[in-house]
Design a protein around this ligand. Sequence first.
Ligand SMILES: Cc1cc2nc3c(=O)[nH]c(=O)nc-3n(C[C@H](O)[C@H](O)[C@H](O)COP(=O)(O)O)c2cc1C
Length: 201
Amino acid sequence: MDRRTFLGAGVVAVAATLLDQPKIAQAAGQEISLPAPDMKGGLPLMECLKKRQTNRRLGSEDLTLPELSNLLWAAYGVNRSDGRHVIPTARNQQKVMLFAVLGDGVWKYLPEKNSIAKVLDGDRRSDFDGSSLILLFAAPINDQFGGMHVGSMYQNVGLYCASKDYPNCVKHTRSDILDKVLPLPSGWKVLISQSIGSQVK
Ligand SMILES: Cc1cc2nc3c(=O)[nH]c(=O)nc-3n(C[C@H](O)[C@H](O)[C@H](O)COP(=O)(O)O)c2cc1C
């Protein structure tokens, strides 16, 4: 069977690297099922905490889809059958959104489906710092808890990166540069970004 299996309605299951994605010709609006995140293994939590740090030397090599799936799940995945997430949210209102800026466009993470939907075409990574992946964390501007929610997300990602030795940096600078073109609900904005890069030798 071809490794790319069409599931209908524009949803594509892909077991390939992100480098392959342009060949599938996803236009904005199309959706990709991510491989199931790997919830086993990794460094023990205390070692991740010991290793967590900012790194500003970030490479631009593409991530694989399994790596992307793990990173997005660490940030905001669903971890229980009742639809709750890896991060706590005030009154479980889940007022956060996560976007992934990748080489072939900007994608919105759909945690309940473990998929990503393309929202913008084109490589926008140089609008930020050009690293492999830039995560954008959005929340309502007037939500007193928004900053706490996105802080939980970037800390989860930082710990995952520590476990995998991925250089990463939380960045406020330029983080809202796509706000006018992202499909954000009225009154929402990107509060912070997090760049994840390959190792720079
Ligand atoms: C909310 C927030 C915003 C940040 N913004 C930037 C930024 O715009 N540019 C940058 O290079 N680092 C940024 N950082 C990274 C901090 O400078 C870094 O966390 C701090 O120097 C401590 O280093 P450490 O993460 O290795 O402990 C930010 C960190 C946080 C938590």
